[in-house]
Design a protein around this ligand. Sequence first.
Ligand code: GDP
Length: 708
Amino acid sequence: MRVHEIAKELGLNSKDLLDQLVAMGIPAKNHMSTLDDNAIARIKASAKKTVPAAPAPAPMPAAPKVAEKTPAPPAPVQAPVAVKAPAPAPVQAPAPVPAPAPKVQAPPPAAEPASDGKKVIILKGPIVVRDLAGLLGVRPNQLIAELMRLNVLASIGEQIEIKDAARIAEKHGYTIEREKKVEHKPLPKKETPKQEEDKEKAKKEELRPPVVTVLGHVDHGKTSLLDRIRNTSVAKGEAGGITQHIGASTVKVGEKSITFLDTPGHAAFTAMRARGANMTDIAIIVVDAQDGMMPQTQEAIKHAQAANVPIIVAINKMDLPTANPDKAKKQLQAMDMTPEEWGGKTICCGVSALTGAGVPELLEMILLQAEVMELKATPNDSARGFVIEAQLESGMGPTAHLLVSNGTLNVGDVILCGPHYGKVRALINDHGEKIKSAGPSTPVKCLGLSGVPDAGAPFEILKSEREARDAAEARKAENKLTQLTAPKRASLATLFEKMKENKDRVELQLMIKTDVQGSLEAIDHSLKQINSDKVSLNILMSGVGNISANDILLASASDAIVLGFHVSIDESASKLAKKEGVEIRLHSIIYELIDQVREAMAGLLSPILREKVISHATVKQVFNISKTGIIAGCLCTDGRITSRLKGRVKRAGSVLFEGKIGSLKRFQSDVGEVKEGQECGILLDGFSAYAEGDILEFYEVERITQTL
Ligand code: GDP
């Protein structure tokens, strides 16, 4: 029997049962693990002892690992380490179900509005990232990304300094104050209304539906699967006005719901993440049962892994007589994602988007995964969330498709969304119905904003229109400033600064693209040999091929540096890298690449050699001249070619050769310079295999001294 089936029988959720199994020393990896009869008997006997006869009203709490489960101490000043604060008599212990012996745990600091209406968080000292995220109502991953942008590297369980917490909190509309030392002030007997309200809110934390994105290779059936799940074709729905396209839709599965984001594919997924909008809880990777994994499937998996989003694999097109799910499973195994039925952890579901077979099981797996993740939200809080997409619609003005991540969005709320604000005039759900309010994980179309916000922009609710207008104005001004400068992301040069600032280890995220698999393995192996006390090196993704815009998106979302070996950068990628401030380093000698990373990690970076592309030429004809040898007859298509530049030969997007200009001629005479639109003869030292249509790219190498 599987863990989730036993959990159902015992009236527990799978997560709690797994915790119990671990505590009892019974091996079980996840909710799909199978238990033998002996283990089942043991767990049932133990459950009889611990589960009350009457059905538990709420899922049985495990040892309180999330701080918010612990009641906030009633002292007027909230302290992150007030472990000893005794609970005064009138305070009710909130745990109605017998829980395992609670570990002594520091209650979290709390946020409260100060008398002037501003939200204030009082801290005693450094705060753990997870706690701060909880207080600000944002996901820890988002907070970690925001901290990275401030050059503060901290993982979810690490502490950050008050000054860094204050900078982040400010962005979310909070002020951080250091706790004033109050010496043994007697505790108030009664809780203030504010504290009672806080406790009320904490109690109302509820499970929320998971938000799911479908990823995978083109034509493997992402759209068909989404359509099948929604049980209606998007195209038909739009034409008939039955379903509204609002960027996502919620599907009912029995008593529960799942929200699916409409735009499949990892480019959209990572683009959102790059903007700090981590909306997805679970990724479905669709693989064609006939074709198996393709390059884009692997890429999608890496994007989901980089985002730390759990993956469920849907092996689609199982209706085809040639379907061979084992092929995909073997490929998954080779990627260290062994399917659960083969002893690994990856959940795979065979489905057919065409016939609908296997789809109910897939939905059940999503719900089980969500259960294990304990996705929670506080519906009775004011709403926060993100823009899925937004537009200007005639007769309606700016409309934004929003996903509520926490709280409830109501008609009449004053909303601040990116640099725009407004009073919510109407809300429309995914069936095109007008609704009054939208709770956590609900997608909704919102009318009433003053302008069209960007996709991925966060939204929140403020108390007054005036406050919202001021905040919107401030954001507009800030946007103008930041448009002038690319966002500051990780770079090898700033690594040392980070090492100096941080007491703990700094993580260096790298992405590696190479021309062939062999060099990838060699680089990967050599990088893993580098040891450093201060820096942990994480290879976020490695692959073969030129550096694409998708790679840059992923690097931007994960604050990674891109290292290229014998590859070139797609034009769109180059532009995006500039805009996003992503550092790309191209190399043609492995040891140089490794040395550079090693030196950066040791804080000894030599001057940066930055390549600057100056001009291009197209090969029109190839000449064999008796004295000189092979010469490429070219047309300079942009910029100026000068004899001191270096050149590379590109064919079909790949680089064939790089070297110095050996000879630059116009009409048989050597020249120092050739301008755009002129024809010329070019010879790169050491290369003669030119072909018509080859592109010659000329560049210079700038030396930039690094200031550490
Ligand atoms: P996407 O590019 O991943 O969104 O793939 P689509 O959903 O557009 O599907 C690509 C093609 O595969 C279409 O021609 C679909 O009709 C077909 N297709 C999708 N799912 C199935 C399936 O389960 N069985 C079969 N036989 N064909 C399917």
